[in-house]
Design a protein around this ligand. Structure first.
Ligand code: NAP
Length: 255
């Protein structure tokens, strides 16, 4: 995967080209409902940290507030990457269109969505193979769990062979990775925090990453990952922590 040469003006977060022709910022901010929603933290992310990529979903129940924050921040819609996600109850052609329109309305925007790039989430190889048989468009991005304890390399390889960009969620393993002694030691060696090490590891593996925090100082910390590079041996050491565990959920039983 190659990054666009010119960086986003605000804080130099590189973008990644999608097969749709759009460019997604490599680092975004997760918005899940777990742990709550902080309006002031989102505003801070937009106005002080240069965050231009927000990952939300109908299910998170905060699309209205996210839209409000974007509007209050003064950041132009065309400078923002917004991901929202439909829910299985929205499956089906007409339902999907309606659900996209509803998300746009809640977010106060006139496109997402309707629909410049198409993503799927938690799709394993057999799910993507099935899509290939049934659909005319290959998804542009697949968002899956991705952190040092869960590095699904066969899936990543499959996605890359099929021109699907990989997005990684739970890059901090919901905070669990921050207590691992090896990650703490590597962080110490670089004068960085364990969260920065995990985020940087995702980035160096060319995976779009969306850490979540409701705390301003942590959001800023999580954005400061473009001023250092992990040595290849440290990337490999972090990768060796993979034991396949899920901190979110396991989609392998979904047919
Ligand atoms: N597609 C899917 O099925 C799916 C599933 C899960 C998640 N996601 C997306 O991925 C995003 C991220 O995943 P996640 O929130 O589950 O996990 P995560 O980003 O790995 O971890 C978030 C946790 O780490 C804490 N944290 C964040 N930055 C920190 C820092 N610098 N130092 C210490 N602690 C820190 C947060 O607490 P504080 O808020 O208190 O800072 C929160 O408890 C979600 O928000 C959502 O947008 C998608």
């Amino acid at each position: 995967m190659c990054y666009k040469d010119s960086y986003m003006d605000s804080c130099k977060i590189p973008t990644v080209p999608l097969p749709s022709g759009q460019h997604i910022p490599l680092l975004g901010l997760g918005m899940s409902h777990n742990g709550g929603y902080s309006h002031s933290a989102l505003l801070y992310a937009l106005m002080k940290c240069g965050i231009r990529h927000i990952d939300t979903a109908k299910r998170y129940g905060n699309e209205v507030m996210v839209g409000k924050a974007i509007s209050e921040s003064g950041v132009k819609r065309e400078e923002m990457w917004l991901t929202s996600k439909l829910w299985p109850a929205d499956y089906g052609y007409e339902n999907t269109i309606q659900a996209c329109l509803d998300s746009c309305k809640r977010l106060g925007v006139n496109y997402l969505g309707i629909c410049r790039s198409i993503g799927v989430s938690n799709f394993l190889i057999h799910h993507l193979e099935q899509l290939k048989e049934d659909c005319s468009v290959v998804p542009h991005l697949n968002q899956v769990e991705y952190h040092p304890f869960h590095k699904p390399q066969a899936l990543v390889d499959y996605c890359r062979q099929n021109n699907i960009v990989v997005g990684g969620y739970c890059p901090l393993a919901k905070g669990q990775a921050l207590h691992h002694p090896l990650i703490q030691q590597i962080a110490k060696n670089y004068g960085k925090t364990p969260a920065q090490i995990c985020i940087r590891w995702s980035i160096q593996n060319d995976v779009v990453t969306i850490p979540k925090s409701t705390k301003q100082e942590r959001i800023l910390e999580n954005c400061k990952v473009f001023d250092f590079v992990l040595a290849e041996e440290d990337v490999l050491t972090l990768s060796s922590l993979h034991d396949g565990r899920h901190v979110s959920w396991d989609p392998s039983d979904i047919l």
